[in-house]
Design a protein around this ligand. Sequence first.
Ligand code: SAH
Length: 336
Amino acid sequence: MPSADRGAEEPKEAEDTAEPIDLSPLGPGVWVELSVAADVEAVEAVSEILTRHAPGGTSVEPAFGLVDEGLGAGIDTSRPAIVRAYLPGLDPAGVRSAIEEASKALGHLQAFGLRPIGDLAVRLVREADWAEAWKSHFRVLRVGRRLVIRPTWRRHRRQPGDVVLSLDPGMAFGTGLHPTTRLCLAALETLADEGLVSGVRVLDVGCGSGILAIAAGKLGARELLGVDPDPIAVEATAANARLNGLSRRLAVRRGSVPTGEPPCQLVLANLVASLLVQLAPLLAAEMAPGARLLASGIFHDREGEVREAFALAGLAIARRWAEDDWVALEALLVAA
Ligand code: SAH
């Protein structure tokens, strides 16, 4: 058993600098996670210290920043990374001493004046929770006043008027967590409040998980078509349509515009600015006279270009929604 001997010299509470943590649940199948936020230049030294005291595996999670119109993520070296290390939680005395020693060694490193290092954080992780841990990041999410996005494994107590979408975000983009999706959902809810969704035919271009089409379906749209070039998205949309009892109203196909279908009253397109610019005439061609387009995924500095392309395609901007760096536009087809 590791470190059992160190337990003997254990009780020296006075210099216990680590945060107090209840170690009573320790036992077989419980691991202790030590983690520290460290500037990129200090990562190696911090990893080395943590590995020495918690030899059950180390990981480094860099900070990410948005690139490529906010759609991609790149490593951001100006922000601290998180270094994590694990040790088996079999022996409380050994664990306590490992925490203390690691904390002391980190203190020395800080004293060297290396780039910033955060405090040592300690957490217990049960082996059984491992595989499911990522699910804890997805919660029931309310958008606008009525829409509720419920990950399939969570419960939601329905309030009067709630429109609940059950989604499995494990599968494709479109969990409702991204601001561009949220913007589009909020806009859709507003259109529904104005009676512009109920009974209409809707096209969702780039349907991803199908979240927008499903929301439109739940808000009363009569017939829905989702298209996406990504086969995983097509599968996810079909599965989520079934989960929400919309299989009969919501069709999904691999591909994009043009769809070859008769024009519809509402087009949803949560893409990126460059695609919206490129596809503007094709999106307009899917719209019946007076139809509406909800276009989202526009990084704020690209809004001008999208507006220009829309104007050229006969699309007049009716409303604008914004959140953080993102913009969504509602456009009406004016010219024939
Ligand atoms: N509608 C979902 C997903 C948006 S992500 C939501 O709002 O959350 C954008 C989606 O567009 C992706 O699923 C991607 O596969 C799809 N896409 C990429 N290029 C496309 C194109 N040329 N035409 C249609 N969809 C496209």
